[in-house]
Design a binder for this molecule. Structure first.
Ligand SMILES: [Mn+2]
Length: 331
């Protein structure tokens, strides 16, 4: 469903709600945070009581920079505190889930069960694990949740705090990898509106600045890249390092920038016993179908999976088998 198709129902539910709990996926990124702040500001202007719900202990650099500026103006609570802030009339409480639709990516898998009214706004594909309760606005063609939310806020008329419009723009820049992936005329138009509303492109660059040490580690992984079938890049991280999920994703993003590469896969340890795969595609190679047998999910541009109790070598072998299967199917 496109965001504007859900607009009427969205505003109807908002009208009936009083306490609104806004939540993104675990490990907030700038897309999740940007749209959460956009919603927060819009709803606060409608005199709603807003709460940003997160259990993250550590934030990525850009998220931390934004939070340092806005923390004092927000009610930020953890999932265990939600009940304290409930409106006594339960139908006046609303859960607003942004930038994910999967229960297992929420800070608490049972979050939706605590609410009678739920709205999901997201740009990721649905799966068996998706929230099905309430108003579900999912548009896998949208570049980012920030783009969807900016459209909903009615960026042609709204007034936003510059840090909010800047974070919304940063979310778009992040998820499109600098206006490359899933970028449409609407994406540029949204960016135009956000800039008009005070978003600062220089600050976006500042928010997206990376940590040099982490960058060097990522570059090392890239030097070990193998090219399969002339168009698939596969990189495997060092067995001595634990990677964050977003690091694997960034390596996969980078690999997609090279000539002839249609899809990229990056394998790395994300925990002592867990291996992660992050995949990116220009859209032609069905990375979602390839990772699904390994327990992964995502869409045709963006997919990932998590494997417990395995080794880098084993995961690489299973991935190669799935790639071969996919190739056989196409021949
Ligand atoms: Mn996103």
């Amino acid at each position: 469903m496109r965001i504007l198709e859900g607009k009427k129902e969205f505003h109807k539910m908002i009208r009936h709600a009083q306490n609104i709990f806004i939540v993104g996926h675990q490990d907030l990124d700038l897309d999740a945070l940007g749209c959460a702040l956009g919603m927060y500001e819009m709803l606060k202007n409608k005199n709603k009581h807003c709460y940003l719900v997160t259990n993250d202990k550590k934030n990525e650099l850009g998220v931390e920079k934004v939070l340092a500026e806005v923390r004092n103006q927000l009610n930020i609570i953890s999932t265990s505190q939600i009940a304290e802030y409930f409106h006594p009339i339960s139908r006046k409480n609303l859960l607003l889930i942004l930038d994910t639709n999967k229960k297992n990516l929420l800070p608490d898998e049972t979050l939706d069960e605590q609410f009678d009214h739920v709205i999901v706004i997201d740009h990721h594909d649905e799966s068996d694990n998706s929230v099905t309760k309430g108003l579900i606005i999912i548009d896998p063609d949208a570049s980012s949740t920030c783009e969807m939310v900016t459209e909903l806020i009615d960026s042609t008329r709204a007034i936003l705090d510059p840090i909010v419009s800047t974070t919304l723009l940063a979310g778009i820049v992040l998820d499109t990898n600098n206006f490359i992936l899933k970028t449409t005329a609407k994406t540029y138009y949204t960016a135009y509106n956000l800039t008009r509303l005070g978003a600062d492109p220089k600050k976006v660059q500042y928010l997206l600045k990376q940590d040099l040490k982490q960058y060097i580690e990522r570059q090392k992984t890239i030097t070990n890249v193998k090219v399969l079938n002339q168009n698939i890049a596969l990189a495997v991280g060092s067995s001595e390092l634990i990677y964050r999920r977003e690091d694997l994703a960034k390596i996969a993003d980078t690999l997609l920038l090279f000539n002839k590469i249609e899809a990229s896969f990056v394998i790395g340890q994300t925990g002592k016993k867990t291996i992660g795969i992050s995949a990116r595609s220009m859209g032609e190679i069905p990375i979602q179908d390839i990772l699904e047998p390994l327990g992964g999910g995502g869409d045709n541009y963006n997919a990932a999976c998590k494997i417990e109790d395995s080794t880098l070598e084993k995961v690489e072998q299973s991935l190669k088998r799935e790639l071969q299967k996919q190739r056989n199917e196409n021949e």
